[in-house]
Design a protein around this ligand. Structure first.
Ligand code: ADP
Length: 541
């Protein structure tokens, strides 16, 4: 049968080709990692640079299907590398620079990275570890000559020098759109990290879905602050969506403190921002302490770990911005759900609406979700019953990179490892990661609920709840708290504060005050480290 419609396989390079052609004036603005200087490039400039780098990679002998690692923060050069690598059929393997050394060794060798692109600030990592990566043919430092590290290693190239030698013409090859485009490993808190290989097609449809009005609702009039790293789960699709839509993108480089983020929001009139909760906690605290208001912000997307309800209230009341709570995973490209109000909420009291708005949200078309019991039987969507959260969809992992065995069950569902409820409107709420639930005397206590409530206490900046071993109850909750700057809350005031929402037996047995909470490589509380740190904790009266 003759095909009725054109069927050109999709190549992600077309996103940046389109941006260079039709959004040529819109910009990518970067705070450089080298010196924190701000540089601006139009999408047209970026496109030419992407093509130049694609030529450079070709000259280095990079082939279809080979992995090229990147160890970089959010900068225009990292974005260019994304497109140049995948566009020519190689796989852009984004690597989290904060991974432990043995994990870096594991994933770079597992992916069989042929070259590694790296920000100059991370170069010392390579000097220390390069012997562990015997198959890596060379390194490309994402900088200009003036900032090149001094090294005796052979095959170390300067990104800008490579670019300068190349033509800005490049013909993108045609290949199956189900070919791998990019590879991201989960942080692997237990066992080795697992790789998720996204394809040109899965990334495209994921990005289209992110662009829906009820998802990120991004337009060419938006200035979008991308705090979510390019090395973590596709930077939530924004680095494809931005060029497709023609939104101005701002990359914050290495400065993630409240002051630096505020400055970008304020100077560039950021309308949409995306990042993990700890970044927004720092931003809100900075704005509070310095009595500043963010007038341009419309939507702040938050995900990666649970956003405390107090954050939603603070953005609305003080900055008239909506906090959009989203949930996803590396295995899901990463978007699963996002919280936007359905019309039915309008008839409810503000308090009732709030109960729904703090949840992780409703699935986006392309993803289906369900909760099940231990035997895999589906549980009711009543907003109360807690079950294992399973997902299915066009941008959800099927098999981990290099594995033979599918990561999904016989019906194609992937078990997220999260425990959740789903309500009558389809809003999903994460109760906890299954392994972080605190099991006390046969009952469950949600560490997420406890942290969320504690972080609403006026003197608390961050709070993490963990279960510590207990002979009688098997586990009892311990709350680890970082007070706000200059505040010295006491244990009892925090327990009193929690007791409005928790039964007596659920209250933490102890509250310990610390200067900082250990974080995972992806910016989440490292419960594993906390559990080890406090495994012998004795309660002080
Ligand atoms: P990691 O490599 O750190 O595991 P992922 O981004 O893949 O990185 O982690 C996904 C997990 O993060 C989810 O399974 C869930 O437990 C947690 N998570 C993500 N978003 C949220 C959210 N909005 N609320 C609560 N937990 C979240």
């Amino acid at each position: 049968m003759r095909m009725s419609m054109q069927n050109t396989p999709f190549n992600l390079a077309s996103c940046i080709e389109f941006a260079g052609k039709y959004h040529s004036q819109q910009k990518v603005i970067t705070r450089r990692v080298e010196d924190d200087k701000i540089v601006e490039h139009s999408y047209h400039d970026i496109l030419l640079r992407v093509r130049q780098f694609a030529n450079a990679l070709k000259k280095l002998g990079v082939k279809h299907g080979e992995c090229i690692g990147t160890i970089g923060l959010n900068t225009h050069r990292h974005l260019e590398a994304w497109y140049a690598i995948s566009g020519q059929g190689a796989i852009c393997h984004t690597i989290n620079p904060r991974l432990a050394h043995h994990q870096l060794e594991y994933i770079i060798n597992h992916a069989d990275d042929q070259y590694i692109l790296i920000d100059p600030i991370f170069w010392p990592l390579i000097e220390g570890l390069h012997k562990l990566f015997p198959n890596v043919k060379g390194y490309i430092v994402l900088t200009e000559e003036a900032f090149m590290p001094k090294t005796a290693l052979p095959n170390v190239h300067c990104y800008e020098t490579l670019l300068a030698a190349e033509s800005a013409e490049f013909v993108w090859p045609e290949f199956d759109e189900n070919s791998g485009s990019s590879l991201c490993y989960t942080s692997g808190t237990t066992g080795n990290p697992k790789g998720v290989l996204y394809t040109h097609k899965s990334n495209l449809i994921h990005s289209y879905a992110c662009g829906l009005a009820d998802v990120f609702g991004m337009t060419s009039a938006d200035t979008v602050l991308v705090v979510v790293p390019l090395f973590h789960a596709n930077s939530w699709g924004i680095s494809y969506l931005g060029p497709i839509i023609g939104a101005t993108i701002i990359f914050p480089g290495k400065r993630m403190d409240g002051e630096a983020i505020f400055e970008l929001v304020d100077n560039y009139e950021v309308s949409l921002a995306a990042g993990v909760p700890t970044v927004w906690t720092a931003l809100l605290e900075y704005a509070d302490t310095h009595n500043k208001k963010m007038t341009s912000l419309r939507d702040v997307v938050v995900g990666g770990s649970a956003a405390p309800p107090s954050m939603l209230k603070a953005f609305k009341a003080k900055h008239d911005a909506d906090l959009l709570h989203a949930w996803g995973m590396t295995e899901m490209s990463p978007l699963g759900t996002i919280n936007r109000a359905v019309p039915q909420l309008k008839n409810m009291s503000e308090e009732e609406q709030f109960r729904y708005r703090i949840k992780q949200g409703r699935p986006v078309f392309g993803v289906d979700i369900k909760i099940t019991d231990e035997d895999g039987k589906e549980l009711p969507r009543d907003g109360k019953t807690v079950g294992h959260l399973l997902v299915k969809g066009n941008w959800v992992v099927h098999t981990y990179y290099g594995d033979d065995k599918p990561a999904v069950n016989a019906e194609g569902w992937f078990d997220t490892g999260d425990m959740a409820t789903i309500d009558e409107f389809g809003y999903m709420e994460i109760v906890d990661r299954a392994k972080d639930l605190i099991k006390s005397g046969g009952e469950w206590i949600s560490s997420v609920d406890m942290e969320n409530k504690a972080m609403g206490h006026p003197d608390v900046s961050l709070a993490a709840a963990i279960g510590i071993p207990d002979e009688k109850w098997s586990e009892r909750p311990l709350l680890v708290v970082v007070p706000k700057a200059g505040k010295t809350p006491d244990k009892q005031s925090i327990i009193d504060y929690l007791s409005s929402e928790f039964a007596k037996w659920q209250l933490p047995d102890d509250v310990v005050f610390v200067d900082e909470i250990p974080m995972t490589a992806t910016g989440k509380f490292s419960k594993l480290t906390l559990r080890q740190q406090f495994s012998n904790h004795k309660i002080e009266d």
